[in-house]
Design a protein around this ligand. Structure first.
Ligand SMILES: [Zn+2]
Length: 147
């Protein structure tokens, strides 16, 4: 049974109880977070909600000659370029040639992944700082030299 506060809150903001629980959980969960942590988490949340996909990989442009002696790549030295998505997985590289029509999409997916990763790294950095502050050994009193 929801308490009276939940009931009133739901009536005021015209929410159903599930939505209230969700908000309430989220508010409790976020207490104790610094403004920077809240900002990073909001950004990550927005990214996860809105991004169409995430992909871990680097886009690499490769240029090559096709082997046709009458082609511009041989005659004019204008090599053919292809865009590849590349990733090292468990130490082994894997590559996928991207057809022109999917290049923008995959570039966006890779950017989404990079943004999400950067956001997580920033959050991780803040968590490390908290840990290091909490476990810091008390500073020794400095001996003052007689003046
Ligand atoms: Zn060619």
């Amino acid at each position: 049974m929801p308490g009276i506060f939940a009931f009133v809150f739901c009536r005021i903001f015209l929410l159903d109880y599930d939505t209230y629980m969700c908000i309430s959980h989220s508010m409790r969960h976020r207490m104790g977070l610094s403004p920077e942590e809240r900002r990073l988490r909001s950004e990550l949340h927005r990214l996860l909600e809105n991004a169409d996909a995430f992909i871990h990989g680097s886009l690499i442009e490769m240029k090559r000659c096709c082997g046709n002696p009458n082609c511009r790549c041989v005659l004019k030295g204008e090599k053919h370029s292809s865009l590849y998505l590349s990733q090292h997985q468990k130490g082994a590289p894997r590559m996928k040639c991207l057809p022109r029509e999917s290049q923008d999409q995959v570039r966006r997916w890779a950017e989404n992944y990079q943004k999400a990763r950067a956001g997580l790294e920033a959050l991780s950095h803040l968590s490390w700082q908290k840990l290091l502050v909490k476990t810091k050994t008390p500073a020794r009193k400095e001996k003052r030299s007689p003046s």
